[in-house]
Design a protein around this ligand. Structure first.
Ligand code: ADP
Ligand code: MG
Length: 419
């Protein structure tokens, strides 16, 4: 789960990390009021969206008066911001963070990530602050400093100092940097984060080391241990399809194709999507019903997939171990009877109670196409989808009568213009 910059800063402050004074606003008037509370004569208005690259996309604006703050807000509130991290649809701006402007001496990049290969927390730093890490990795890969933390001993002070020296941080403020990095590591571990990025981390004339931007991602599977973090979820920033599924306790991943997939288990989901692609189709999503799914749970899953406007065909692929094919079939039939669809549905059931499941599908009176193997199922769903597409195109084509009328009108117009 991702959180907003202002939320990450709030958390990091509790770990002793220095940040500029700031406050959240939900309207231009509130933003101006907030700036007066903060004090000073220069502020930065920052769009709160779950994406970086806001600066280049007009989501970070420096202001020196109430009017400028209100103007900056008006260009943000209710609009969508598109950055290289938001995807082409962009993300809606519903909150802004007003922050005192800082006079920066140097900008650095600092990131903590869970490195799956080494199974360690890795610290990534660079003196090329403000730039995206992917760009730094391309333009000056040697400027990236990496350090791995041994979990048995934790982050050592000497490692922090080494990083500070490699970044060229002035001796007089190395200790401030060390405290900040130690705080970040503690926050990362204690809050079960999978990513913490401060870009830029800045130094000031007064010798402060500040987090000017902050991004944090948390391990969804550990959120039950941190209810205060789970509460920070902002659904306006997430794929609405994935939100609806999460609210119903289902794992759902939205994609860009046309074939909706209902499966059990992530491995089978991957195999199903690969096979659909091999058969010439593109998955619109995949929904994992998990193990031991009741007919009600299966029906909920099918309804969710049906509600996705991109879905033009559905493939239900269940390899039942703990699951029961008869329950899956019951749920599928129930959902299709309650919500009749005009898209083809293919079901491939295998494993526990498969005969009972097949009987339920066969006696349902619904046009569910059955398949025995995954490849067969994928080919059938792609064929059925292509056929239904052709059929609907034919339906959309004007009838002979309409065509004749259109021809008559065209001829009449032609006759007028030539006479
Ligand atoms: P993003 O990474 O989404 O573009 P940042 O928060 O990193 O957003 O802001 C972009 C740039 O704006 C920063 O690199 C920094 O130069 C400047 N900036 C951001 N906040 C402040 C601030 N409080 N004072 C001065 N400059 C700031
Ligand atoms: Mg940034």
């Amino acid at each position: 789960m991702d959180i907003h910059e202002y939320q990450a800063k709030e958390l990091l402050k509790q770990y002793g990390i220095d940040t500029p004074p700031g406050a959240l606003a939900y309207s231009p008037e509130q933003a101006a009021y907030r700036s007066r509370e903060i004090g000073g004569d220069k502020w930065v208005v920052k769009a709160q969206v779950h994406a970086g690259g806001r600066g280049k996309a007009g989501g970070v604006k420096v202001c020196t008066s109430d009017t400028e703050i209100q103007q900056a807000c008006e260009s943000m509130f209710g609009h969508k911001i598109v950055t290289h991290q938001t995807g082409p649809d962009g993300k809606g701006i519903y909150r802004v963070y007003v922050e005192g402007a800082v006079s920066i001496v140097n900008e650095y990049y600092l990131g903590l990530v869970l490195d799956r290969t080494t199974q360690r927390v890795m610290i990534v730093a660079s003196a090329e602050g403000g730039m995206e890490i992917e760009d730094i990795a391309q333009s000056r890969p040697t400027s990236i400093i990496r350090a791995t933390v041994e979990p048995a001993v934790g982050l050592r002070e000497f490692q922090c100092r080494e990083i500070a020296f490699s970044l060229g941080i002035d001796n007089s403020i190395v200790q401030n940097f060390v405290r900040l990095l130690e705080g970040c590591y503690r926050a990362f571990r204690e809050l079960d984060a999978t990513m913490l990025e401060i870009n830029p981390l800045v130094t000031t004339e007064e010798g402060r080391v500040l987090a000017l931007d902050a991004k944090m991602t948390f391990d969804d599977n550990a959120l039950f241990r941190h209810p205060q973090i789970a509460e920070l979820r902002d659904k306006s920033q997430e794929d609405p399809r994935e939100c609806r599924a999460a609210d119903r306790g289902l794992s759902y991943v939205g994609l860009n194709g046309q074939i909706g997939c209902v499966v059990n288990g992530a491995g089978l989901a991957m195999a199903t999507m690969d096979t659909i692609k091999m058969a010439g189709g593109e998955p619109a999503n995949f929904l994992d019903i998990g193990g031991g799914a009741t007919p009600e749970r299966v029906a909920k899953a099918i309804r969710l997939v049906i509600s996705d406007a991109n879905v033009e065909a559905i493939l239900v692929n269940i390899f039942a171990g703990i699951n029961r094919c008869d329950w899956v079939a019951e749920g599928l039939v129930q959902a299709l009877k309650d919500n009749p669809v005009d898209v083809p549905v293919v079901a491939r059931l295998a494993g526990t109670n498969v005969e009972a499941g097949q009987r339920i599908l066969a006696s349902s009176g619904l046009p569910i196409i059955r398949a025995g193997t995954l490849i067969e199922a994928a080919e059938r769903v792609v064929n059925a989808w292509e056929n239904s597409k052709q059929l609907s195109q034919r339906k959309k084509q004007p009838s002979k009568k309409v065509k004749a009328k259109a021809r008559a009108v065209r001829q009449a117009v032609d006759a007028k213009t030539t006479s």
